[in-house]
Design a protein around this ligand. Structure first.
Ligand code: SF4
Ligand code: SF4
Length: 70
């Protein structure tokens, strides 16, 4: 049977530019973001629903929402 391909929206952090403030993690409704070792935010792609709240909140504008193959 042919597989149906769907696109999903996911958040991506530009890790080198992240200042690890944690603002994104606080607003994520599904707790998909953690701040790793106080260095950078990391997104658990299996949890992210692509709502964009983190990107809207990031003071450094280093989160982008991209469409990826599901
Ligand atoms: S896009 Fe939404 S679900 Fe995904 S990490 Fe950001 S706040 Fe969480
Ligand atoms: S809000 Fe932006 S700068 Fe702050 S931890 Fe999240 S990705 Fe990094």
């Amino acid at each position: 049977m042919e597989q149906i391909r769907r696109k999903r929206r996911k958040a991506f952090v530009e890790e080198k530019a992240c200042v690890a403030c944690g603002c994104c993690a606080k607003v994520c409704p599904v707790s998909a973001i953690s701040v790793w070792k106080g260095i950078t935010a990391k997104v658990d792609q299996s949890k992210c629903v692509g709502c964009g709240k983190c990107a809207a909140e990031c003071p450094a504008s280093v989160i982008s929402i991209r469409e990826v193959e599901a």
